[in-house]
Design a protein around this ligand. Structure first.
Ligand SMILES: Cc1ncc(COP(=O)(O)O)c(C=O)c1O
Length: 413
């Protein structure tokens, strides 16, 4: 069989929907400055689907720092991987600032969070070691686990008694292999918005020997008193052995970082394949990330503004009887009942008739009869945006319950 024939016939789990969804449900183009209102297909929409949590994307000081750095350094500097010819004082300065922000000894930058996370897992464990991870882990964690040549155990999402059973199994195995155990969870789960049960996981350290790796992509900048993340929020930052944050969300930029002890970070620096064999972060991103960190570290009003909106949105939706799942973070899932076509028609109605743009999560990520609309509040939304959205959601819920959305096909209004 020619692999090209195969891929023509089977476009994959997401690609199979491309014919009707490309450019609209998938790969839509949001245009204009990143803010609460943007342009979609020539029309202004209220956007609840970009992770610009702290409103950094379009902050004038950030835009200036990005532009000045691009003018000064271009996009090329520094050339090469960090290890070979791509290191700089500014890369090291950003690492120092991040270490101090998240209260860890040392930090290594990674040029995409995804590759960094997967590659760090790959570097940390060998065939004698056992990985134990949450079943709702992000794809980058799953890819890291896929590279692991030893045993791995998955536990049902956030179920600590299941985690404990897996730790018992893992402990038995490492007794034979002489390896170690790495537990991986997210700080804030990106889809459901529930936080990883970090205090309970940390408490298990008293009974079992393991190291804890937390992917806090959605928690950095948004959770905790200073914005240092979900570990700070729960007062367990010191018990997180390896802490990951991305620049792709609260920082509204690109790249990420991993913080830990000097010894662990030094090991990662010399063993993380995705960084050793890839070009380092371009200077404007490093300078831009320094600026963002300086801004929100010295001024918690960015985080307070985000939470003002997140709290109002969640309270408003709950007051109207919406099911927001288990969220205890800013990520706001709205769970409705309906099939995949009804889901698509709800989203079309929201976009075309109410000028609200939010993301849709459907089967296979959620069961076939569940519609999950995912709302991402940010510091640049207003309370009027919240009121308007809650009112519209009330209307679409009533329409859905009356069976007004087509169940057989997508209808573009
Ligand atoms: C939980 C989680 N981890 C890691 C990543 C990857 O980060 P990046 O976008 O920096 O590659 C994401 C981004 O979607 C995420 O949600």
């Amino acid at each position: 069989m020619d692999i090209f024939d195969k891929i023509k016939k089977n476009r994959g789990a997401l690609g199979q929907h491309a014919e009707y969804s490309h450019g609209y449900f998938m790969f839509p183009k949001l245009e204009g400055d990143i803010s609460n209102k943007m342009m979609f297909r020539g029309k202004e929409v209220l956007v609840w689907s970009v992770n610009n949590y702290l409103g950094m994307a379009n902050h004038p000081e950030v835009r200036k720092a990005d532009a000045d750095a691009a003018a000064k350094y271009g996009l090329s500097q520094p050339m090469g991987a960090r290890m070979m010819s791509g290191n700089s004082n500014l890369h090291e300065k950003l690492e120092e600032e991040l270490s101090s922000f998240v209260s860890k000894e040392d930090t290594i930058l990674v040029n995409f969070g995804y590759q960094g996370m997967a590659s760090a897992i790959d570097a940390l464990v060998d065939r004698k070691d056992v990985i134990v991870y949450d079943s709702e882990s992000h794809a980058c964690i799953l890819d890291g686990v896929r590279m692991h040549q030893g045993k791995r155990f998955v536990y049902a999402h956030n179920e600590i008694d299941k985690l404990e059973i897996m730790l018992q199994r893992a402990t038995k195995i490492i007794g034979e292999t002489d390896g170690g155990i790495l537990v991986i969870t997210e700080g804030v789960f990106g889809m459901g918005g529930d936080t990883g049960k970090l205090p309970e996981i940390v408490a298990l350290k008293k009974k079992y020997d393991f190291r804890l790796f937390v992917d806090d992509a959605h928690g950095i900048g948004t959770m905790g008193e200073t914005g240092a993340g979900t570990g700070e929020h729960y007062g367990v930052q010191d018990d997180i052995d390896i802490y990951f944050g991305t620049f792709a969300k609260a920082f509204a930029s690109i790249g990420g970082f991993i913080s830990s002890t000097e010894n662990v970070v030094d090991y990662l620096r010399y063993n993380m394949r995705s960084q050793i064999f890839a070009k380092s972060l371009p200077m404007p991103l490093v300078v831009g990330n320094l600026k963002r960190l300086e801004l929100f570290r010295n001024d918690t009003s960015f985080k307070d503004d985000l939470w003002k909106i997140a709290d109002a949105l969640q309270a408003g939706l709950k007051a109207e009887g919406f099911n927001l799942g288990e969220t205890d973070s800013q990520v706001t899932p709205v769970i409705l009942r309906g099939g995949p076509f009804e889901a698509a028609n709800v989203v079309t109605d929201l976009r075309e008739n109410y000028a609200i743009f939010c993301s849709l999560v459907t089967y296979p990520v959620v069961p076939k009869d569940v519609i999950l609309l995912r709302l991402i509040p940010t510091a640049v939304h207003t309370l009027e945006d919240v009121d308007y959205t809650v009112g519209v959601f009330k209307k679409i819920k009533a329409k859905l319950e009356r069976g007004e959305y087509d169940k057989e096909k997508v209808v573009f209004a």
